[in-house]
Write a protein that binds this ligand. Structure first.
Ligand code: HEM
Length: 346
């Protein structure tokens, strides 16, 4: 056989092997999650959801601020190549910088230790059965319920990715400077609607943001005015007090890095509710992206509806979260069930 042909055969064989085990073919096996189902571990690890829920409840009892971080962690995992626990990896076989290390995830991403704890317990009870991706989905549901929404079932059957690349983060996640068009383009690419985008952004009714993320709205808004005129005056003054300008940062804060965290919704920082949409309409949002949703004619009406109908928003939120949980998942024989959520199996 001539050299070129040998090369082709070897390459084809490699691809087939690689795609059969699906350890390195990122595109293979990703799907819309229609084959996920509630009660997936009913026979293989019936105690899985309860173990995850008990440990999550204990962790949230100690630190209620973690609920918001779990929701954000899940969103960021699902939007960067699917709900495949790629955000949990500390390293991969390729040695490339990982998702966790990307500035798009930032230093405020939390929840990894809780997932480690749950995984360790589940590996003891039912080794190599429950995926890190499903654990992440379960505890996001638990954090949502802890924050005041009614219980809902979350389907399972996801498998874990062996790929995690910082380079995939930026173009897959919305940023606070984006227009509604730009954010909608990302959500649409993930198979989600603009309505679901507005609904899920109600997650900003809990949790915190670093001053550095929004302080241009208080100090450096435009050439004609330093403060964003959309910010309600009293709220803007509160924000200036919380986030002093760089030359007035007190010594204790400077010692901590100078970037304070401010509640997204100080009126009910631990309760997931539609108060966020009311605040959006009153000029009391931190993120420019949220303000853009309140202003843009395509989303303003949805914001108004969600502000007016708390029960409807709750229902839509849990439904949209389930839809999010199905984005580009690995199922069947794709990916793997990691033994340790921070590392691929060797
Ligand atoms: C639509 C566009 C979105 C943008 C531009 C955006 C941006 C941000 C930013 C910049 C932060 C602050 C991070 C920091 O300071 O470290 C944040 C926090 C947060 N985001 Fe979003 N986000 C969006 C949608 C979502 C969605 C869909 C969810 C959930 C499903 C979500 C959940 C959260 C939560 C819960 C926090 C608080 C996290 C904590 O306290 O640890 N966000 N978001």
């Amino acid at each position: 056989m001539e050299v070129g042909r040998v090369g082709q055969v070897t390459c084809a064989a490699f691809l087939i092997a690689c795609c059969l085990t699906v350890r390195t073919c990122s595109a293979v096996g990703k799907n819309k999650g229609r084959n996920l189902r509630a009660g997936f571990y009913q026979y293989t690890c019936p105690q899985a959801e309860k173990i995850a829920a008990d440990l999550t409840s204990a962790a949230l009892g100690q630190d209620p601020t973690l609920a918001a971080s779990l929701l954000r962690l899940f969103f960021h995992d699902c939007f960067v190549n699917g709900c495949d626990a790629s955000i949990l990896l500390d390293s991969t076989l390729s040695g490339e910088p990982i998702e966790k290390a990307s500035l798009g995830n930032g230093k405020t991403m939390r929840g990894f230790e809780l997932i480690d704890e749950i995984k360790a317990k589940l590996e003891n009870e039912c080794p190599e059965v429950v995926s890190c991706a499903d654990i992440t989905a379960y505890i996001t549901r638990d954090a949502t319920v802890f924050s005041g929404l009614p219980y809902f079932k979350i389907p399972a059957g996801r498998r874990d990715s062996v790929i995690s690349r910082a380079a995939d983060v930026f173009h897959n996640l919305p940023t606070p400077a984006m227009t509604v068009d730009e954010m909608a383009a990302i959500f649409t690419r993930k198979g989600m609607t603009v309505d679901e985008m507005v609904t899920l952004t109600g997650a900003h009714s809990i949790g915190k943001v670093q001053c550095s993320v929004f302080e241009d709205r208080i100090y450096n808004y435009s050439e004609t005015g330093s403060r964003d005129p959309k910010l309600q005056a009293a709220y803007a003054s509160y924000l200036s007090a919380m986030c002093p300008p760089a030359d007035a940062v007190p010594a204790d804060l400077a010692a901590e890095g100078g970037d304070r965290l401010v509640y997204l919704d100080p009126s009910s920082p631990f309760r997931l509710d539609n108060s966020f949409y009311l605040r959006m309409r009153e000029g009391k949002t931190l993120l420019q992206s949220d303000q853009n949703m309140a202003d843009d004619p395509r989303t303003a009406e949805l914001v108004g509806k969600m502000a007016a109908e708390p029960k409807m928003w709750m229902k839509k939120f849990t439904r949209a979260l389930v839809r999010l949980s199905r984005v580009d998942v690995l199922t069947g024989n794709a990916g793997e069930i990691r033994k340790n959520c921070r590392a691929v199996n060797l």
